[in-house]
Design a protein around this ligand. Structure first.
Ligand code: PMV
Length: 351
């Protein structure tokens, strides 16, 4: 393939997401052991610009984060892009300058690999379209982007869609696939259309366990099969809850998922306790507040100590007052981040 003069630039912003049913355990080439479903965020975004030009040197991938070179990320991204040649053959003949930045702080309990890998996947798909001239229908385009994002980081497959996205094959949802995520928003009750996620920063320290190492803990885990069947059944129940808007059932299920993830980490070999004393204090306070006020606020937690507080938009004022009076003293520098359901990735036109 001769690609003279095929220089160009593409840019995407893509959000992080918070999983309601957790993906924990994988098989084969980044395939999930159970279906998961998440809400894409609005303000926790990675913006990635990819400049492409015909290959001139052996070092084909140049990566900057926040304007600085990042050799460790660069190596991971180079390996990832090299691994995509079978799916996107144009890659073999090009060199890429990639620059990326996040709108949210590092280690804030927000999955940066989801936003970063989905933004990069979308850039690569746009570059492929520009270079080859091959047009895909919108649905096929996003499906390919989700497929590519999944190979970078499983949860990133879900960030390709705004609102809610499901990933992982299951009889409960015939459109779902192990290979890519699919949108679920069109089936959700209006209360979920502007659901709030406030991230309580219990600790901003680096994670003790990477998600790669975390998924590996499920290989030979004594509870692996029980977990996978719990996740399939929780997933099916959650689809019903998202359709009906039954918030009491939602609260119970979401907290069960979060604590199941941490229970699995605690009794893995090696074992990890990622919850901090202040995480537990906040959980206690959230549950007490819910009992006292009957406001359907609940928590979920990923592989770290920070809490995602989930609640309907109509309760926002009361919840912020609750955080300020009861939870703030448990947070590092009193910090929390207000986020909510977002509309998904956006292509940025570069001037
Ligand atoms: O996509 P990964 O490999 O970073 O794994 C994500 C794992 C969790 O965030 C804990 C759960 C999930 O489904 O997002």
């Amino acid at each position: 393939m001769k690609n003279d003069n095929q220089n160009g630039s593409v840019c995407w912003e893509s959000p992080s997401n918070i999983a309601f049913i957790k993906y924990w355990g994988k098989k084969g080439n980044q395939l999930p052991c159970n279906p998961s479903i998440s809400m894409s965020l609005k303000h926790s975004i990675t913006r990635t610009q990819l400049n492409y030009f015909p290959k001139k040197s052996n070092k084909r991938i140049h990566f900057e984060f926040d304007g600085n070179t990042q050799p460790i990320f660069e190596k991971r991204i180079a390996q990832f892009i090299d691994s995509l040649v079978n799916h996107s053959p144009f890659i073999a003949d090009f060199e890429f300058n990639i620059s990326s930045k996040n709108t949210f702080p590092h280690s804030a309990g927000i999955a940066s690999s989801a936003s970063a890998m989905s933004a990069l996947a979308l850039c690569l798909c746009s570059a492929e379209k520009n270079i080859t001239g091959k047009k895909l229908e919108e649905q096929e385009y996003f499906q390919k982007a989700s497929f590519i994002a999944r190979l970078g980081s499983g949860s990133a497959s879900r960030s390709i869609y705004g609102g809610y996205a499901a990933w992982g094959q299951t009889n409960a949802f015939s459109k779902a696939s192990n290979n890519y995520a699919v949108p679920f928003s069109q089936y959700t009750h209006p209360v979920f259309h502007d659901y709030q996620d406030t991230i309580l920063m219990i600790s901003a320290k680096q994670k003790l366990v990477s998600s790669t190492a975390g998924h590996q803990l499920m290989n030979n885990h004594p509870y692996a099969n029980a977990r996978y069947s719990q996740a399939f059944s929780n997933f099916e129940r959650l689809l019903g809850i998202l359709r009906s808007g039954d918030l009491d059932a939602f609260v119970e299920l979401i907290e069960n998922e979060a604590l199941s993830l941490h229970a699995l980490m605690m009794n893995s070999s090696p074992s990890f306790i990622l919850l901090k004393p202040n995480t537990l204090a906040a959980i206690k306070s959230i549950r007490q507040f819910r009992t006292d006020t009957k406001i359907p606020v609940c928590f979920t937690i990923d592989a770290g100590p920070n809490i995602h507080l989930l609640y309907p938009k109509s309760e926002k004022e009361e919840i912020i007052a609750f955080i300020d009076s009861e939870l703030k003293s448990l947070l590092e520098n009193g910090k929390y981040l207000l986020d909510e359901t977002g509309n998904g990735p956006q292509k940025i036109i570069i001037e």
